[in-house]
Design a protein around this ligand. Structure first.
Ligand code: MLT
Length: 393
């Protein structure tokens, strides 16, 4: 057996696992110190009431012969796809139910989708970026080229006709920077992709944080996107499903490349390699779209937005350059005193016991930057802000 040697080309452990290991080491040496974790983008508020009720009632159904469910449709139950379709219609995007595929979250599908593409495609990835795009393509042995996201372009790189790419990753609102593309900017990417017969893999996992209705929440709000884009979204950040697992992927039927239809290919892939998300979880996800569910998740999203404001305010007070936090749960800041990202990570952990994510973990252009999340509890966020205030002062 010859192992996949491409694994030699990725970092030994995934970014967030490396951070967790460092934090565990610190805490075992300093058991009396309270660590505040604003690193990985994991939610802290519990599932909302209406979701818990739906999960309970679906569990009850599973214990009764007449309402028990075995294997479900691999691409998701109609009841949930219908609600997701309705959610898109609210933003003037019309999708057929068979263009929506329910999944166990955006991360898995962002990796799995690569099954549809030839190994010789060139992949274009903004730098810095969510590490999954780079790692999954490196594991497969694909050639990756980078496009610079930096302070000069407000961390929103635009296409360059001199750079040819087949597969393009975009994430807006962006992880890690929190920057959001407007419609004109996204239109440039859509035009580029249609012109070059490339595919855009659009990660919209943070769309629920957008409050400005002029900003696009889906790439399909842009004319022409249905012939060049696949979209990935998730209930994780929207409704606190990070531990519950549910998301969806949109593969329009109009995606045709070299006579092959990506929607049909994805259906074939999913029916072969995936047995669907459990009935119970899909019932919980359906409840998110009820009027009561929408109200309850909005309260939670507002809570995280308020946390972001508290963090942003203390950084502003101390003249620390930062973006994000407005249409995103992430605040992207320049490390003070020209510190390097990991240096600042260690410095914060040792001095004020705050955990963030080093910007360099998201790519070379992230060096010297740092990401904080607003997903902590209010109590911990306030305490972190107080510690930062003293420390930065
Ligand atoms: C992050 O912190 O970047 C996210 O938690 C990653 C994810 O959603 O997988």
């Amino acid at each position: 057996m010859k192992p996949n040697k491409n694994y030699q080309n990725i970092a030994q452990s995934y970014l967030f696992s490396t951070i967790a290991k460092k934090v565990n080491e610190f805490s075992s040496k300093n058991p009396d110190k309270k660590i505040i974790k604003l690193g990985i983008g994991d939610v802290t508020l519990p599932l909302c009431e209406v979701v818990v009720k739906a999960l309970k009632s679906a569990s009850e159904e599973m214990g009764v012969k007449e309402t028990f469910h075995g294997y479900g449709p691999e691409q998701g139950y109609e009841f949930l796809k219908e609600k997701i379709g309705q959610y898109y219609r609210e933003h003037n995007v019309n999708l057929d139910n068979d263009e929506i595929f329910v999944s166990d979250g955006a991360k898995s599908d962002l990796g799995n989708i690569l099954d549809l593409f030839d190994i010789n495609n060139t992949v274009l990835v903004p730098d810095p970026v969510y590490p999954v795009y780079v790692d999954t393509n490196t594991m497969a042995g694909r050639k990756i080229i980078y496009i610079n996201a930096n302070a000069d372009n407000n961390f929103l790189p635009l296409p360059d006709e001199n750079i040819k790419a087949d597969i393009i990753y975009l994430c807006s609102p962006n992880n890690p920077t929190g920057a959001v593309y407007n419609k004109e900017q996204l239109k440039q990417w859509v035009n580029y992709a249609n012109h070059n017969q490339s595919i855009i893999l659009f990660d919209s996992a943070y769309e629920c944080f957008i409050t400005d209705e002029n900003l696009p929440r889906s790439i399909y709000e842009i004319d022409g996107a249905k012939t060049c884009a696949i979209e990935f979204c998730s209930f994780s950040k929207m409704a606190g499903f990070t531990g519950t697992r549910c998301g969806w992927t949109v593969v329009p039927k109009t995606l045709e490349f070299d006579t092959m239809n990506l929607n049909k290919m994805w259906l074939r892939r999913q029916t072969t390699k995936f047995n669907g998300v459990s009935y119970i979880i899909q019932k919980g996800a359906e409840a998110v779209f009820s009027p009561e569910g929408q109200k309850q998740i909005k309260e939670n999203l507002d809570y995280y937005k308020e946390n972001a404001k508290l963090i942003s305010d203390v950084l502003t007070k101390h003249n620390i350059w930062h973006i994000g936090g407005k249409h995103s749960p992430y605040i992207w800041l320049k490390c003070p005193n020209n510190m390097k990202s990991w240096e600042f990570f260690d410095y914060l952990l040792e001095n004020v016991q705050i955990v963030g994510t080093p910007g360099s973990g998201f790519g070379n252009n992230g060096e010297g930057y740092f990401r904080l999340t607003s997903f902590g509890s209010r109590e911990n966020t306030k305490e972190a802000v107080e510690r930062l205030d003293k420390f930065l002062g």
